[in-house]
Design a protein around this ligand. Sequence first.
Ligand SMILES: NC(=O)c1ccc[n+]([C@@H]2O[C@H](COP(=O)([O-])OP(=O)(O)OC[C@H]3O[C@@H](n4cnc5c(N)ncnc54)[C@H](OP(=O)(O)O)[C@@H]3O)[C@@H](O)[C@H]2O)c1
Length: 254
Amino acid sequence: MKIAIITGASSGMGREFLLRIDKEYKLDQIWAIARNQERLDQLSSWTTTPIRTFSLDLTDMASIDVIAQALAEEQPWVQILVNGSGYGKFGAFEEISMADNTGMIDLNCRAYVAMAQTVLPYMNRSGVILNIDSMSSFMPLPHASIYAASKAFVLSWSRSLNVELKARGIRSIAFCPYWVMTAFFDRANDKKNFTKFDKVYTTEFVVEKAMKCMAKGKRDVCVPGLYAKLLHITARIMPKSFVMWVWGKMQKLY
Ligand SMILES: NC(=O)c1ccc[n+]([C@@H]2O[C@H](COP(=O)([O-])OP(=O)(O)OC[C@H]3O[C@@H](n4cnc5c(N)ncnc54)[C@H](OP(=O)(O)O)[C@@H]3O)[C@@H](O)[C@H]2O)c1
């Protein structure tokens, strides 16, 4: 049985990945993971591939055991893993609750790692691990410090993993979009800490670019969109202190 596994499949980019993978790949099942069962249940009305849903909180390591158990029972061939469950909280480090500061690390980092390690034994040549990362992985961001650091972790880990997996013909891609219009902002910017979003992409646009990265055999890093690519280059060549200064001015933080 050939499958794809998508975390964060109930909304935003994860859901868009599910819909595109359904259209572009011949799979026996797609496993969709997130907390909201109702929204997971809706997915099968839009797809032709059968959807198996898992309503799980991935900050709880017992949830990873549920996936491990299902994999052991079904013994599938996992062609794609999309690690997409994630969240951010904007605000000064000390103003964000400890539950959120550590929760971002649990979901954005620990759950990605645990899912990849659980799924890898079921991947063969041409398997892809697509980690939904972020432009913030390339730059420290005051007032989004833990979020950006969690994404920097994903970038570093994903790139190393990609090299380690090359001999097995498996790719690990750090997919690094700039702002994308999703429910992400309802949770991240609930206190309206950030006011300037210079460019906001649609989920359709960025996921289409990611699908092209996957289809073209791209590995390592995928940055969708020209504006995002220019920002990526700027963030790489400019001193990080300057990047943070520009960011602070843009968001009127100081
Ligand atoms: N939007 C942006 O501007 C942007 C830019 C760059 C990167 N990203 C990254 O993109 C990824 C997807 O976010 P999105 O923008 O598509 O936002 P989204 O629509 O809020 O999607 C987040 C997904 O994560 C799931 N999720 C949240 N908490 C969870 C938990 N504890 N356990 C399991 N699943 C959980 C949510 O489903 P449930 O609520 O049903 O659990 C949802 O499916 C995240 O990693 C985010 O950091 C976003």
